[in-house]
Ligand binder design. Structure first.
Ligand code: MLT
Length: 266
């Protein structure tokens, strides 16, 4: 298959066997944020064993850091090029937060490659003018003060009040190993992302929406509105989890995920 124009060759990890699941990480992280799901979904004892593909998006982790800003379409194009390279026709596509914004861009352009959709702790709407200003401030913090300063600013908002400090430490470690240029490019791209609310009614694949009950960035009411707008979708609220629901409460998150994937097989 032909690599889409402008696609970047991504670093990715691949685990397990079975129908493919592509998991898109959030901001400003990398594919390792999905480790709690990888462990469970690739367990040979699990009936829902899957082939899990976890890329580092352009600008993050071990992937190249081209000049920005990175539009959500750029990320989606990189991902379809990765699927082409792996000769995977259809996937279950999952994204958390920024990963969800990218999943919407992917659905707009490449819906025929998606077998089912998982939208975790994300929102379909665009940034408000205030949020766009904050993106630019944060981009400048990354560029001028470094990733440690930005991590210190962002971390408290990501987790539920009583979150395990180990999760916070893992997140911080992922953040500070990213390049400021890549992080700033993603911030400027997110600020310009389109409104995807018009897309929701057209989503015609099984869709699972997951939200941490204590997510203050993409709160449960946003998730409930998405559930109402996406035909036939279902919603799971994860107790005692904030924005990083998959890492904060992995057992509850994985139970919901495995049930959804199991039903796709029947
Ligand atoms: C994320 O977790 O990906 C970010 O919170 C997304 C955002 O900043 O909008």
């Amino acid at each position: 298959m032909e690599t889409p124009v402008n696609a970047i060759k991504l670093h990715y990890e691949e685990y397990g066997q079975g129908p493919a699941v592509l998991l898109i990480h959030g901001f400003p992280l990398n594919g390792a944020m999905w480790q709690p799901q990888v462990v469970t979904l690739t367990d040979p004892q699990t009936a829902t064993q899957r082939r899990i593909i976890v890329p580092d998006l352009r600008g993050f982790g071990a992937s190249p850091v081209p000049p920005g800003p990175y539009a959500m379409d750029d990320f989606a194009t990189d991902l379809v090029a990765l699927l082409d390279m792996l000769q995977i026709d259809k996937v279950v596509l999952g994204g958390l937060s920024m990963g969800g914004y990218i999943a919407f861009a992917f659905m707009r352009r490449y819906a025929q490659r998606v077998r089912a959709l998982i939208l975790a702790d994300t929102r379909p709407g665009p940034d408000s003018p205030e949020a766009r200003e904050t993106r630019e401030i944060n981009a400048q913090i990354a560029e001028q003060q470094g990733m440690g300063a930005l991590a210190d600013k962002l971390l408290p908002g990501l987790l539920a009040p009583n979150a395990d400090p180990t999760v916070s430490a893992i997140l911080r470690d992922m953040m500070i190993h990213n390049q400021p240029q890549g992080v700033a490019a993603a911030l400027r791209g997110m600020a310009q992302r389109p409104d995807s609310r018009d897309l929701l009614a057209q989503i015609a694949v099984p869709t699972l929406i997951i939200v941490g009950a204590q997510d203050s960035l993409t709160p449960p009411d946003v998730a409930h509105a998405m559930r109402a707008a996406i035909p036939g979708s279902r919603l799971a609220e994860i107790p005692f989890a904030g924005h990083m629901s998959n890492m904060e409460q992995p057992d509850a998150f994985n139970a919901v995920l495995m049930e959804f994937l199991g039903e796709l097989d029947t």
